[in-house]
Design a protein around this ligand. Structure first.
Ligand code: NZQ
Ligand code: ZN
Length: 384
């Protein structure tokens, strides 16, 4: 196992009726920027619960944060945060709203051009405090320091990470996920699944704690994900999916082990150019990447085949083939097609995607830094 230093500062408040706790978490003296998306929170009583709990505080609302949040929109929110001398940003929504809040929190206190935080990796040295009410279990953004922002005019989807943007608290009430459309339930399960895979499916470093945690999360998502679609009002199922998604990317399972993240980096370019949902891109790229990198990932693929899918054969190549096809079938069973062509993306697009990877300096991806643009091209060809 590698050395590591781990801290996760986000307080999680989990369970039914936890939104009420906002009245204690945010004091009446604090001026709040309430950030949310396109309005789903107004149709499922989340907005009403939040505003009721914040009655005593001064609240300024900013709505319209898009899925794959838009830099321009977030800069408008940043202007408001500065002008109104906001004390805390409360993000109410999915990963896009929470990522958006993180960018606004950092940009509001950033000296210089805030785009540099994303484009040049400019160091974030302070940020406004953030709290969140999560409505879509998927990204883990509710208790990590990552944020992904898209600049639509240049079709760039870029990420930054900073310990300053961990939410101070995250409220996770599984009942608020009942209103999710099936597509977003599926997106969330697949995103969380691939987060685990990015931290697990690399090479062994004798880290059984991390491996067994990761396998537990994968097994949970495989068992509970389809139930969240077939039995959408089942509290226990929703609660287990929600907690699995948080645990998948709160930093814990990735400590002391190699990490990949090439699926995500390639996927971000697909979203930026063609507008696919984040999880759709992952469902396309991961099976192809597993196939392309099967020799580098051999030991972990065999472990994954036997421990997660309980496959048993003498023939190791067959085990790997079946592990890949089970993964693909799981995504499709969740309702997410796994081929570029399923989304109308043809072979001509591959060069465009590869040149975007080059433009963003994604030249040596993966746990061995051996996914060069040429290897990304082969992965995309396998994904057609
Ligand atoms: O905007 P509203 O009206 O709220 O509707 C949203 C949105 O249309 C809707 N929704 C959310 N909760 C709902 C609901 N509809 C009904 N009932 C509810 N309870 O769902 C739609 C999608 O929301 P979004 O926030 O975009 O989805 P998700 O949570 O999947 O976030 C995706 C974004 O997170 C980034 C992705 O790249 C993408 O931009 N990621 C962030 C990560 C991180 N911070 O660590 C890691 C991930 O790998 C990912 O890259
Ligand atoms: Zn993701």
């Amino acid at each position: 196992m590698f050395n590591f230093s781990y801290q996760n500062s986000t307080r999680i408040l989990f369970g039914q009726d936890q939104i009420k706790q906002l009245a204690e978490l945010i004091t009446p003296e604090q001026k709040v920027l309430l950030l949310y998306g396109g309005g789903s929170i107004k149709t499922n009583s989340v907005y009403q619960q939040v505003t009721a709990a914040l009655q005593a505080a001064e609240v300024i609302e900013f709505s319209g944060v898009e899925p794959n949040p838009n830099f321009e929109t977030l800069m408008r929110a940043t202007d408001i945060a500065r002008r109104e001398k906001i004390d805390i940003i409360l993000a109410v929504g999915g990963g896009s709203v929470i990522d958006g809040a993180k960018f606004v929190a950092a940009a509001a206190l950033f000296e210089g051009d805030a785009w540099d935080i994303l484009a040049k990796g400019a160091n974030v040295q302070q940020a406004l405090p953030i709290g969140c009410v999560l409505t879509l279990p998927a990204t883990g953004s509710e208790s990590n320091g990552n944020s992904v922002v898209t600049r639509y005019e240049t079709k760039q989807k870029l990420a930054f990470s900073s310990p300053w943007v961990y939410p101070q608290f995250a409220i996770l009430d599984p009942t608020v996920t009942y209103s999710l459309p099936p597509k977003q339930v599926a997106n969330g399960v697949v995103d969380a699944f691939v987060h685990v895979m990015e931290q697990y499916l690399t090479y062994p470093v004798n880290a059984p704690v991390q491996d067994r945690f990761a396998e537990g999360l994968l097994l949970t998502l495989i068992a509970e994900g389809p139930k969240a679609l077939s039995d959408p009002q089942n509290y226990a199922v929703r609660a287990n999916v929600m907690w699995a998604a948080t645990m998948a990317l709160n930093g814990l399972i990735g400590q002391g082990v190699p990490q990949d993240w090439a699926t995500h980096m390639i996927g971000h370019e697909i979203t930026a150019l063609f507008g696919l949902d984040h999880a759709q891109t992952l469902a396309i790229v991961l099976p192809a990447l597993m196939q392309q990198q099967r020799s580098q990932k051999r030991e972990k693929l065999l472990q994954y085949a036997t421990r997660v899918w309980q496959l048993q054969h003498q023939d190791e190549e067959r085990l790997i083939d079946e592990a890949i096809s089970h993964t693909r079938y799981f995504f499709e069973r969740m309702g997410i097609p796994t081929r570029l062509a399923d989304y109308g993306i043809q072979a001509e697009a591959i060069e465009q995607l590869v040149s975007k990877l080059v433009q963003h300096n994604m030249l040596a991806l993966g746990e061995h830094q051996d996914i060069t643009p040429e290897v990304s091209r082969r992965i995309l060809q396998l994904a057609l």
